[in-house]
Structure formats: C-alpha cells, structure tokens
Design a protein around this ligand. Structure first.
Ligand code: NAP
Length: 529
C-alpha cells in the first residue's frame, strides 16, 4: 500500500528541520508536524527573560552547509533565544523547507501497522501514513509543573519558563515569585529583578553557577574559526561533550593547591561550561570534585554581601552532577534590596493562595506574578505525550514503564521503522545538542536510504542489542559521579518517574559505535523484507 509520505517527522525543532532537509536531499518525501505556531522547538517556547544558550554560538549551530556557517554572523559569544530563533527560521527560508512543515499541528498518536510496515500518524488536523516515523520531539520540551495546591485560585499571572508568552511579560512594579533555581531561573532572575518591585526566589536546592562572561562575538575568534571551520568541528567531534570545553587530562587529585587555584581562576575568568574541563577527574572522584565545589562556594561568598544568603546559595553537592549553570550577575543579584531568597527546602511551598503563596511554616508571601522555573519531564516526557504503539499494539509507555530502553538512543525493539533523534541512551543532553542532532539525522537518513536501495521494508533493534546497550549506558554512567544526585538526567525531578540515567556519556565513542554499526550492515538491528 502506498504511504502518504516516506517519513513523518514529529517536531519542528532543530532536529525536525534538518531531518526534513536531509531526507529531501535523498529524494524522499517527508513532512514535519509541529504543535507550535513556529519552528525552533525549545527555542520557540523558552522565551523567558535572559534566555540564551550556554554553548558558544560558533559551535551551537548547524555544520551541514559550509556556506551557511560561513555566512551566518552571530552577534554574541552566547546567542540569545531571539537570535537562535532567527537563525533556525533563516535555515528554513534558505533551504526552502516551509512547504514541508505543518505548524499548529499536534501529533497525538502514532501506530505501527504490521500489514504495510508503516505508521499511521494521527494529528490534531487528521491522520497521515508514512513508512517511517521520526520522533524529533526534543529532550527538554515537556514542561514540569509540580502539582501545587491552590494554583487555580491565584489571582495574579503565572507562567512556566518553558512555555513563555510570545508577547513577553512586564514585571514592572510587581511583586514576583520565582520558583526554582536551575538554569532557567538563574538566567531570568537577574533580569526580572531589574523590573520587579520585589522579587522572592523560592529555592529548594541551590545550584552551582559559573559566569558566562558574555559579550559581542570576538571578531578575531570568528575569523579564526571561519578560516577553517571544518577543523574546528572535527576537533569538537573528538571531545567528550562534543564541544570545546578545553578538557585537560591532569587530575585534581594529584594537583597542588597552587595548581588548583591557578586552573580554576583561569577557567572562572574564561567563563562557562569549560570550567568542568579543568581536570580529568572532576566527574569521577569525589575528592577532586570537592576542590571545584570549594572554589565556587568561595566565589559565592565573595559575590554575595549577606553571609546567610551566601550560605543558602552555596550547594553542598557535586559540581556538574546536576547540569552546571552559566549566568550573568546571578549571585550579585542577591545584593539588591528588592531581592529575597526564601529557603523552601526545610519549609516547602504548601499552597498557592489567591494573593501569593504559603510555605509549610505558615509564612505567606504576597505576589502579583509567579514564574515557575521548575524544569522539564526530560528526555521521555515529550515522547510519552504521543500515544506511540508498536507491534501488536504495544505502547511505548508500557514498554518503558521501568525506564527507557533503546539501542543507541535511536530505536527501540518492537517499534519497527520508528527512530528517535537524540533519544535516551544517546549523548544528547551530555553533549553539544546541535552536532548530536546532526549526527543522528545523518545516521537515520542514511539508514532509510540503505533500506530503500536494498528493498528492505522494516528495521528494529534486536532485544539482545538493546539490552546490551542499556547495560553499557548504565555502566559508563556508573563509573562517574552522575548517578549520585537527584538530577533530571535520572528522572529524579518528576514524582513517580523511574530513576534511570538516561543520557550516554562520551560523544566520540558513541559516534564511533554508530559508524561501526552502520558499516557492519546495521549490526544489532533486524530487517524484514
Ligand atoms: P531544572 O534544572 O530542572 O530546575 C528546576 C528547578 O525547580 C530546581 O531548582 C528545582 O529544585 C525546582 N523545583 C522543582 N519542583 C519544585 C517544587 N515543587 N518546589 C520548589 N522548587 C521546585 O530546570 P531548568 O532550570 O528549566 O533547566 C533544565 C535544563 O534545561 C538545564 O539543566 C539545561 O540543560 C537546560 N537549560 C539550558 C539553558 C541554557 O542553555 N543556558 C537555559 C535553561 C535551561 P530541586 O533541584 O530541588 O528539584
């Protein structure tokens, strides 16, 4: 039976947009279904004040077209959300992709049909059939809004950072509460503080943050990178996070106090996530990590005038175990007279009241607006929003009831011809997302092309390959400090979510494995003719 499309692509973020382009280049028909009224995925929804990328612009960008990367000019070292959104729209214009993208269309269900080895994709505006279904739904796109009692009764406005109103929000003269102190909060708090009459930050757990030292993009750096962009990309491909974090092999456990100080000072002055590359054992040895934690705590105490507030802002945890934050004036913001840090670790938020919120110790806070910077149902949340059914009607949710199971984060047994871009079990959020997305898009489209040329109807991983990969992902994570804290990498931020470490650490070995699997005729996958 003929299908409407070779490939149905769910999601119009950076993954869906490039997937469409790449499939068209191979002469295949594809259509992107996007719930939003525009493309860009996470960069379409996360419009909160101060939203910007924590990976440098020169490498948080597509590399599939040298002309594109040469001609596009980023204005800042770390691009703002509006600039990233302009960029992805430019890509869609430049490669004439719009006629393949269906906006305002939410995919509700995707069902595998044994009879024609294809997928029936049901959307808010009707159903389509396709040989393949590619889930390009993103890792951080399903917002997590805790079930706060009384939220419906709140008389003011409330917003989640991950679903921010397009028209923006004016906090001028308002009493504002921000719930959460992760990356989204840490970026937005300094800006909201400048507008609000009074800002209360409700902190359950403090996070480590490193200054971004953002500014206009250095023209010399731009010229140097653009002089040999391929080399710059090739270098990044060999690095553990797929980005230039200037990783060193030297061990903090073996460094003298002077060496530690010198290296951390240099990294702090440089700014951003490369702080984690200071020593090779920071994510492996508690003692090594403690040297970095002590350093940042000391910085917090220097930045924050009130010692009690500084102490409350100082994490007693492992640097990088929860994603390290990157900020502009975050800690300094607590020196403003209109900013108050509220500890909701001991006294949790009990309920939202019509005029504010109350904590369990009976304290009430009068608020005109609340910002929930409470994160995401990461990696699996967006997949589970679609009722995905594989062979014999098996639902993905049922199959993954104890945590996600994939082979290479790309596919899962019993769901033939279904691919996931940057799925659980792939480097995804532990890597620079853009190169990870491109690597997956190329791998998936090459696989589809291989199947077409070899008249193969269906592909799915073997259960054995999947089991071995899941064990391997856990084993690699188990050697690090990552599983030791309640992070969203583990699903620990969403009540009832199974605790499984979801991303794979190590971009270079992962890429090598994917290449090897393809070179061996898609080893670990089974085909049906
Ligand atoms: P997040 O890191 O998951 O932080 C959520 C915050 O909400 C945490 O502080 C959490 O406290 C708090 N929270 C959740 N439920 C709560 C409750 N019931 N009461 C009080 N506090 C509660 O989410 P995020 O800040 O949106 O960041 C998620 C990820 O998105 C980041 O790690 C990063 O990968 C990405 N991101 C990147 C950028 C960037 O590129 N610059 C910017 C924003 C986000 P607990 O820690 O106690 O759970």
């Amino acid at each position: 039976m003929a299908h409407d499309y070779d490939v149905a692509i769910v999601g119009g973020g950076f993954a869906g947009v490039y997937m469409l382009h790449r499939l068209r280049e191979l002469g295949l028909s594809a259509r992107v279904f996007e719930a939003g009224s525009g493309i860009g995925g996470t960069w379409f929804w996360n419009r909160y004040p101060g939203a910007r990328c924590d990976i440098e612009s020169l490498e948080y960008s597509y590399q599939f077209s040298d002309e594109l990367q040469q001609q596009w000019h980023w204005t800042e070292r770390y691009a703002t959300q509006p600039e990233i959104l302009r960029y992805v729209n430019h890509v869609a214009d430049r490669f004439e992709l719009w006629d393949g993208i269906q906006l305002n269309t939410r995919v509700q269900a995707a069902t595998y049909r044994d009879e024609d080895n294809g997928w029936l994709v049901e959307t808010s505006s009707g159903g389509v059939s396709a040989r393949f279904c590619v889930m390009a739904t993103g890792c951080l796109s399903s917002t997590n809004l805790p079930d706060f009692k009384g939220l419906d009764s709140f008389a003011g406005d409330w917003h989640h950072t991950g679903a921010w109103p397009h028209e923006g929000v004016d906090f001028t003269g308002k009493k504002v509460g921000v719930v959460g102190t992760g990356s989204s909060a840490i970026q937005s708090i300094p800006i909201i503080a400048e507008q609000a009459e009074q800002l209360y930050v409700f902190q359950r757990t403090p996070n480590f943050s490193v200054p971004a030292h953002n500014g206009p993009l250095d023209p010399e750096k731009e010229e140097m990178v653009k002089g040999d962009y391929q080399h710059f990309r090739d270098e990044a491909r060999k690095l553990v996070f797929g980005a230039h974090f200037r990783n060193r092999d030297e061990l903090a456990d073996e460094a003298t106090p002077e060496e530690l100080q010198r290296e951390y000072d240099e990294r702090w002055a440089y700014g951003g996530l490369p702080f984690l590359g200071a020593f090779g054992d920071l994510l492996y040895s508690r003692d090594a990590n403690a040297t970095a934690a002590d350093y940042i705590r000391d910085k917090i105490h220097h930045a924050v005038e009130d010692s009690e507030t500084a102490e409350l802002l100082s994490p007693d945890s492992i640097v990088g175990c929860k994603r390290l934050c990157v900020d502009t004036n975050y800690y300094e913001t607590y020196n403003r007279p209109n900013v108050t840090l509220v500890n909701v670790c001991d006294n949790a938020i009990a309920e939202i009241l019509p005029a504010g919120l109350a904590t369990t110790d009976g304290q009430t806070y009068e608020l005109d607006a609340i910002v929930f910077a409470t994160g995401f149902d990461a990696m699996t949340g967006a997949l589970h929003k679609v009722d995905i059914r594989g062979k014999s009607g098996l639902s993905l949710k049922e199959k993954w009831a104890d945590g996600p199971r994939t082979y290479l984060g790309l596919a899962t047994a019993d769901f033939p011809n279904l691919f996931i871009v940057t799925g659980p079990g792939s480097p995804s959020v532990l890597s620079n997302m853009l190169p990870s997305i491109e690597q997956h898009v190329v791998w998936i489209s090459d696989c589809i092309d291989y199947m077409s040329k070899n008249h193969l109807q269906a592909i799915e991983p073997t259960v054995q390959a999947e089991d071995e990969w899941v064990s391997h992902v856990n084993e690699v994570a188990g050697e690090t400090l990552y599983p030791s804290c309640n992070s969203w990498y583990l699903g620990a931020n969403v009540p009832g979510k199974p605790r499984v470490f979801m991303p794979y650490l190590g971009f270079p070995p992962y890429v090598a494995k994917c290449d090897e699997v393809a070179a061996k005729g898609y080893e670990g996958f089974a085909f049906a003719n």
